[in-house]
Design a protein around this ligand. Structure first.
Ligand code: ATP
Ligand code: MG
Length: 345
């Protein structure tokens, strides 16, 4: 008896939820929580025209921008959608293998979250990649719904809940009520755009060339939506005129200036959502406010900036980087409750 139950629970436990993000991929296993959290990066080596994967995730991210000629470190997802199918499939396969030891691998049912703005073709592509990677059945959930479930918002109730998920490639804005999305907007402006804005600013103001990894690092270390301190940060890069390495001291207020345009675009999306929300739900939002999820929620003073611009209370979800994955995991576990919001292509 025991061994039958043991076997059953082993198969049962292989069901998994995946937050396939532009920047990070997280995997949740039924009953076990987040079991994998790694950058969505794959390093590929090209040997006489034959490409093979040499590293995935954490190991591959350290190679970004540092690879010799025959090795390429690729981010297969751009703006929340698959830019490179073959590499995405390899990445999903690798992560599925990594979370299972081969013994208990049992063609899992997989729930994957997708941006609300993704097209049917893009959704089918994600589904096909997971099927090719060994899934038995693949269902999809929209990212802001997963974020709201992860943040414990009362989306099933007759009250308005608003989520702004600022990821690497997309910002998802949604107003939900009674288990459905009343308004949603998916913008292809998020953390990566902030990095690019910093790169542009450093070049214009300081004639300093910096790479993507340095831009992301300084965004996390000193970046802010509103300047509130005199903090400075030493940034190293290459001088455009002399071509030699140089170091400059960047002020916090510089980053606010650099990020201003990107943040204004995100704000415009939030204001659009508020203008398109039915009045009864707008009234709820005055009290409930909006919840920030995704890595962009961790930008210093992001919550204060949005609160100042909208006049609404703004909360940051408990674990913004894992919120979508946690919500996807809950939807997987409570299939009966959330069945109407899961889809298949
Ligand atoms: N402390 C921080 N301050 C500012 N930005 C941060 C911080 N920590 C992480 N980020 C940014 O958050 C982004 C990653 O967030 P997240 O993991 O939610 O994205 P994703 O789910 O992979 O992307 P998407 O949902 O767009 O597909 C990156 O751009 C990263 O630089
Ligand atoms: Mg995301």
């Amino acid at each position: 008896m025991k061994s039958i139950f043991g076997k059953l629970s082993e198969i049962w436990s292989t069901d998994m939820a995946i937050d396939l993000g532009t920047a990070n991929t997280l995997v949740v296993i039924k009953g076990k929580g987040v079991v994998l959290n790694e950058p969505s990066v794959v390093a590929v080596v090209d040997e006489k025209g034959k490409k093979s994967v040499i590293a995935v995730g954490d190991e591959a991210k350290t190679m970004l921008g540092r690879t010799p000629g025959n090795i390429q470190a690729i981010r297969p997802l751009k703006n929340g959608v698959i830019a490179d199918f073959i590499v995405t499939e390899e990445m999903i396969k690798h992560f599925i293998k990594k979370v299972h030891n081969r013994k208990s691998f049992a063609n899992p049912r997989i729930l994957i979250c997708v941006p609300t703005g993704s097209t049917p073709v893009e959704r089918k592509a994600i589904q096909d990649s997971a099927l090719a990677a060994g899934a038995r059945r693949v269902q999809l959930i929209e990212e802001p719904i997963a974020a709201a479930i992860g943040a414990n918002l009362p989306i099933q109730e007759a009250t308005g809940s608003m989520v702004v998920d600022i990821g690497g490639g997309t910002t998802e804005i949604a107003v939900m009520s009674l288990g459905g999305v009343v308004y949603s907007n998916s913008m292809r402006i998020a953390g990566d755009s902030m990095d690019q804005a910093l790169i542009y600013y450093m070049r214009k103001k300081f004639n300093l060339l910096i790479g993507d990894a340095t831009a992301e690092k300084l965004k996390k270390e000193i970046g802010t939506a509103l300047a509130t301190s005199n903090n400075t940060y030493q940034v190293k890069g290459r001088d455009i005129r002399s071509g030699t390495p140089k170091e400059i001291s960047l002020k916090e207020e510089d980053t606010a200036e650099a990020l201003n345009q990107t943040l204004s675009q995100i704000m415009a999306g939030i204001k659009d959502a508020l203008e398109n929300t039915p009045p009864e739900l707008s009234a709820d939002l005055v009290d409930m406010g909006l919840t920030l999820t995704g890595g962009g929620a961790l930008l210093k003073n992001m919550d204060k900036f949005i609160a100042k611009e909208t006049g609404l209370p703004v909360q940051i979800a408990d674990d913004p980087l894992a919120c979508v994955a946690i919500g996807t995991g809950k939807a997987l576990e409570q299939e009966e409750i959330f069945s109407t919001i899961l889809s298949e292509y």
